[in-house]
Design a protein around this ligand. Structure first.
Ligand SMILES: [Zn+2]
Length: 413
């Protein structure tokens, strides 16, 4: 008898797969804001960075501290590492508060032969991974996911053996990575269904868009896990960023689960709230410096635009004639106010008068001059980091959490 109704959770990898992508960069403040918006949106977990990369250390520690201060409502912050004992040790030394890890190693013949080039074979890959998982657990990690890189091109029997060995070593989840985006909804369904059935662990579904199938594959994978009685964690990126053609777009995945035909029997984590969609997508687009395509699902300029006679007439008579979901649900519909006259901005060379004017408009008051001067200094540093005008939420964040902001801006090579 099944007592547990499997759920589909969201695990966003914008701050890991997203930022490791060619030409895509985020400052540490921008990464923090992404974590913050994801939390507001009810995303279960943010893979928020690389714990062994030195320039991430202060950012990672500051975000974990922010979580302890109650700055996030529930989001789990997890780090990505190679599955080796040394990397686990090094990471937990640099980021001791880190409780959630994903440990990655390749499982396909292609990569075992042509990437490891004899350094590791199928059995030593399992050994390395098991040692890394045990070490992480020994050092206090409470949630460890094991990533099978190139899982979609791996021999299924070997993949199942690998996952069973991961479970035996204490892993809490298996990440099925369609690293090259070669799966189709049909192939990924079959493979994840057997994997989940035989291993009996929750499955993370990590897909790429090289064939334009990323969202379809992600929900097919999640369905397969659920049909096998397991929870799943769909890996997403804001605005579909990610290596090459990208990862599964966060908003499209949510829409597909909520409104896709045949999906109503599958339970999306009830904390997920699309209301933040518009805000996070606009922010990420600004931070990446990459515009949102006009035909982007949900948040594109044309997602709710109608021009042709029959469509415009139909949409005006009843929105359900030509709209599958409501723009209000995505947090759209509020007018955006753009100052067309005088505007004082706060930047790296700002002085106290202009700075006070900016914060007065945000209705933030400082208790004395000393506090105002301190926040001004942090805002200058923030602007040095971002190299573009700060948005209101960033200014508010700095005023609310100056100590955290101070750590985020501190970097010592
Ligand atoms: Zn990836």
């Amino acid at each position: 008898m099944m007592t547990h109704k499997p759920k589909i959770y969201l695990l966003d990898v914008t701050n890991r797969d997203g930022v490791q992508t060619s030409r895509i960069c985020l400052s540490k403040l921008q990464k923090t804001m992404i974590n913050w918006y994801l939390d507001q949106m009810g995303v279960f977990q943010s893979e928020f960075g690389f714990p062994l990369t030195r320039h991430e250390t202060n950012y990672l520690n500051a975000n974990l501290e922010l979580a302890e201060l109650g700055g996030f409502s529930r989001i789990r912050l997890s780090g990505w590492l190679r599955a080796t004992k040394d990397d686990v040790r090094g990471a937990l030394k640099l980021v001791p508060r880190l409780k959630y890890l994903n440990l990655s190693i390749s499982t396909s013949d292609q990569m075992i032969v042509h990437k490891f080039k004899g350094k590791l074979d199928h059995q030593s890959i399992i050994r390395e991974m098991q040692e890394a998982v045990s070490e992480a657990k020994k050092l206090g990690a409470t949630g460890v996911g094991v990533n099978a890189e190139d899982a979609s091109r791996s021999n299924l029997e070997y993949l199942i053996e690998f996952a069973l060995k991961a479970k035996e070593a204490g892993a809490d989840r298996i990440r099925y990575c369609d690293t090259l985006g070669t799966d189709t909804p049909f192939s990924i369904y079959e493979r994840i269904e057997s994997l989940a059935k035989q291993v009996q662990l929750p499955i993370e579904v990590h897909c790429h868009n090289d064939l334009g199938l990323v969202v379809a594959n992600s929900i097919a994978g999640a369905r397969a896990a659920a049909d096998a009685g397991q929870d799943s964690y769909i890996n997403t990126c804001v605005n579909g960023m990610g290596e090459r053609a990208g990862n599964a777009d966060l908003v499209s995945v949510i829409l597909a689960i909520k409104y896709g035909q045949g999906m109503s029997g599958y339970q999306l984590d009830e904390k997920v709230d699309l209301k933040m969609a518009w805000k996070i997508c606009k922010y990420a687009s600004y931070a990446f410096g990459v515009p949102i395509p006009i035909n982007q699902p949900g948040v594109g300029a044309n997602a709710f635009a109608h021009e042709s006679g029959i469509h415009a007439d139909g949409a005006l008579k009843d929105r359900r004639n030509y709209e599958l979901y409501d723009f209000e649900e995505l947090g759209r519909g509020e007018p955006e106010i753009i100052e067309t006259g005088r505007k004082i901005t706060a930047g790296e060379y700002s002085g106290i008068k202009g700075f006070r004017n900016v914060y007065e408009k945000l209705e933030v008051a400082f208790k004395d001059d000393a506090e105002a001067t301190r926040i001004l200094e942090l805002v200058r540093y923030a602007n040095v980091h971002n190299q573009k005008p700060l948005v209101d939420d960033e200014l508010n964040f700095i005023a609310k959490y100056p100590d955290i902001a101070h750590k985020i801006f501190t970097m010592t090579p």
